[in-house]
Design a protein around this ligand. Structure first.
Ligand SMILES: Cc1ncc(C[n+]2csc(CCOP(=O)(O)OP(=O)(O)O)c2C)c(N)n1
Ligand SMILES: [Mg+2]
Length: 336
């Protein structure tokens, strides 16, 4: 049976009272992702950005709820929809934007683009254009931690679509067998490209994990506090040698699958559904909690919004004026 978060809390005996600093940190990280993605939408729409962009708007609570529980030395692997994970783990908006615009000072010297950003110094083992690819890398990182005795937790973010990739079954079997310190975070945003997940997936992610003996839970992925508690539970299991855990986060992407899927291009979702999910959006929800339950003044949140907006505007300006890589460098830092 899938564990529910309330049971987990009572079984560990912890009812974590979260500090105001931590709550505001979560808010800031979520707003950073939102504003970064809005800027990508804007720049892409003007035809300034090459390649593809899959935006994370609406799903911010998943990346943030998980990453605030991680240490700098812990690692994550990300997906094609990766900007949110990278920013939540501390990625630099300037170097990210420079990468998106193909500039020399970007994370990959402008050669990777949106789906291949890596920052080993922050434990970001890479976004990944191959659906399911990050699952193998994250499990490998967990195996390495176990073999070398490094106290490191490895997180794999992946989508509901990736759940049906064969690699998931190979790596989760291995992770369960070897009790690897890995957390599988399934972002169930209800669709893989233009197909609803209930038309492509039999049963559920947690049931599949449990079939391998991996404890699993489903949480409201638009509630950053629920994601945070689930991630704490899973990270604690990983750190104490209990092995892998699986967290399904129920969420929704507000925009199209990628920037080429605008509005109702492919007619696979209706506006009622999108509006319903927007009403329970993750930032709005945390904001309401902070104002009503925590008595935080609205000015405090507005100041965060403004500071983040300035940081993102600066990142865009920086990236626009940064140098393009020279033609002579085209074969540097790539495998041939
Ligand atoms: C191995 C592989 N197969 C197919 C694709 C094409 N593709 C890109 S994104 C995507 C859907 C992924 O859905 P999901 O895992 O739910 O992630 P989401 O886009 O919903 O965040 C597909 C099929 C790919 N990039 N890699
Ligand atoms: Mg999906």
């Amino acid at each position: 049976m899938t564990t529910r978060i309330e049971e987990t809390r009572s079984s560990t005996g912890k009812t974590t009272e979260l500090s105001e600093d931590l709550l505001l940190d979560m808010y800031k990280r979520m707003v950073t992702i939102r504003k970064f993605e809005e800027a990508v939408h804007d720049v892409y729409s003007r035809g300034v950005m090459p390649g593809l962009a899959h935006l994370y708007i609406g799903m911010e609570a998943v990346a943030v709820g998980v990453c605030v529980t991680l240490k700098g030395t812990d690692t994550i692997t990300s997906t094609h929809r990766g900007h949110g994970h990278l920013l939540a783990k501390g990625g630099d908006p300037q170097r990210m934007f420079a990468e998106l615009l193909g500039k020399k000072s970007g994370y990959n010297h402008g050669k990777g683009g949106s789906m291949h950003i890596v920052d080993m110094s922050l434990g970001i083992l890479g976004a990944n254009g191959v659906v399911g690819g990050g699952l193998g890398i994250a499990t490998g990182a967990a195996l390495s931690a176990k073999l070398t005795g490094a106290e490191r937790v490895s997180v794999a973010f992946f989508g509901d679509g990736a759940l049906n990739e064969g690699i998931y079954y190979e790596v989760s079997n291995m992770a369960a067998l070897f009790k690897l310190p890995v957390i599988y975070v399934m972002e169930n945003n209800q669709y893989g490209e233009y197909t609803p997940s209930n038309k492509s997936t039999a049963g559920t992610g947690p049931a599949r994990a449990e079939a391998m003996g991996i404890p699993a839970m489903t949480v409201d992925g638009n509630d950053v506090l629920a994601v945070y508690r689930a991630a704490l539970w899973a990270a604690e299991r990983a750190r104490t040698g209990e092995g892998p855990s699986f967290i399904e986060c129920q969420t929704y992407r507000w925009l199209g699958h990628h920037m080429g899927d605008q509005g109702d291009t492919y007619g696979y979702r209706n506006s009622d559904e999108i509006e319903r999910w927007k009403k329970k959006g993750p930032i709005k929800r945390l904001k309401a909690y902070l104002l009503k339950e925590k008595d935080i003044r609205v000015e405090v949140l507005e100041e965060i919004d403004q500071k983040v907006q300035m940081e993102i505007d600066n990142a865009v300006e920086y990236a626009k004026s940064a140098l393009q890589a020279d033609r002579s460098e085209v074969f540097q830092d790539v495998y041939a």
